[in-house]
Design a protein around this ligand. Structure first.
Ligand SMILES: *Cc1c(COP(=O)(O)O)cnc(C)c1O
Length: 388
């Protein structure tokens, strides 16, 4: 199916299918071939050229969801991030990024860029002044990630795209946390959208994948490097990702709804100090989020009272799984101080407002009453333990 006028659920269900001409099955057949004919063909196909039937078909779905001309799918979110950045940043170029980035992206920048002679500057916060003052003559790219992890701060995409255009700079966003269901950055003039498809696109905590959506011209530049770096996705996983994405809107909307109810419940809880969720009026970026997002995501963070032991609290949960990663259909929880931010010093964590009692929550599709009752059970159990 083509047409730019389709609703988002229709795009997820139908766009980018491989038509089963032989048997007329209802879903895409899976072409596992790593070897294709080279004579009398229009395209020389090979999985590492990102052009097998299943790869090409799924890219159409992702491109349309991100309101872009074209897309590529990768073996991981980091393959998408690293290939895309290196495709546009050459020796002597400079990139501006916020310091608050997904850990893998941050490590890629600080551990690898010096080997390529690429310069970078981190902004402390997310304001126009902070991005603007870091721009130099050789700045080629501004890279943002919004909402941010774990405090869910929002970067103004319209501001970023205007600022970049004034200076002829390319803009990239890691749109993983929002997913295309809650945010389409192309609406604000952002050039390149990157996803860890391991998260909301995959949505079941069982596949690793990445994606990039952009104009045909930009995708061509990324592809030229991608085929040399070799970070393509196996067709079996492409097929699973296509299947997962059919229900992405249903999942994400259910997660948005649960997150809203959960955030409101947590905000009133006597043992919760603070809740970070952009749907709440108390969030510093609520108005901005309202303007630029169509939903507020299923990710939130909250700080439990310092009298409670975090480890005991997590152990007292019966259904919610303390685990890494995010965006599956099941609710998961983690301590940033013990995981994503463990390598920072205690002072640096304090400066970034990452307290020991902070917990990041990836809201699942369970009944919200069951999520709440699991949390309440844990609160009661640990608060009793503290009194003994
Ligand atoms: C997980 C994640 C990545 C990296 O994706 P992988 O699929 O793990 O390589 C990048 N950005 C964000 C925001 C993520 O959550």
């Amino acid at each position: 199916m083509k047409s730019g006028k389709l609703g988002i659920n229709t795009i997820c269900t139908h766009v980018g299918e491989v038509e089963d001409k032989q048997f007329k099955g209802a879903v895409s057949p899976l072409y596992m071939s790593s070897s294709y004919a080279y004579e009398d063909v229009d395209v020389k196909r090979y999985p590492r050229y990102f052009n097998t039937p299943n790869q090409e078909a799924l890219c159409k779905k992702i491109a349309m969801l991100e309101k872009s001309e074209s897309a590529l799918i990768f073996g991981s979110g980091m393959a998408a991030v690293s290939t895309t950045m290196l495709a546009f940043l050459h020796k002597g170029d400079h990139v501006v990024l916020p310091q608050t980035l997904y850990g893998g992206t941050y490590n890629f920048v600080v551990e690898e860029f010096h080997k390529f002679g690429i310069e970078y500057s981190f902004t402390e916060g997310f304001s126009e002044a902070e991005f603007s003052e870091k721009i130099k003559k050789n700045t080629k790219v501004i890279f943002v990630e919004t909402p941010s992890n774990p405090l869910m701060r929002i970067t103004d995409l319209e501001m970023i795209s205007k600022l970049a255009k004034q200076h002829g700079i390319i803009t990239m966003i890691d749109n993983t946390f929002a997913s295309p269901v809650n945010q389409t950055p192309a609406d604000f003039g952002i050039d390149i959208m990157i996803h860890s498809a391991t998260k909301y696109m995959g949505g079941h905590s069982d596949i690793l994948a990445g994606a990039v959506a952009a104009s045909e011209e930009h995708i061509k530049i990324i592809w030229n490097l991608a085929k040399n770096l070799g970070g393509s996705l196996s067709d079996y996983t492409v097929w699973l990702l296509e299947r997962s994405m059919k229900t992405m809107v249903l999942r994400v909307k259910a997660q948005n709804k649960n997150a809203k109810k959960l955030a409101r419940w947590l905000e009133k809880h006597p043992l919760v100090e603070k809740v970070y969720y952009p749907r709440l009026k108390s969030h510093p970026d609520h108005e901005l989020a309202k303007r630029q997002m169509s939903g507020y995501t299923g990710m939130l963070s909250f700080e439990i009272n310092e009298s409670l032991n975090v480890g005991d609290f997590l152990k007292a949960l019966k259904m919610i799984k303390p685990s890494m990663s995010l965006a599956g259909v099941e609710s998961t929880i983690l301590s940033p101080a013990k995981t994503s931010h463990a390598l920072l010093s205690a002072e640096e964590r304090k400066r970034q407002n990452i307290s020991d009692g902070l917990l990041r929550f990836s809201v699942g599709i369970e009944e919200v009453e069951d999520i709440i009752s699991d949390l309440e059970g844990a609160f009661q159990k640990v608060s009793k333990m503290e009194k003994i």
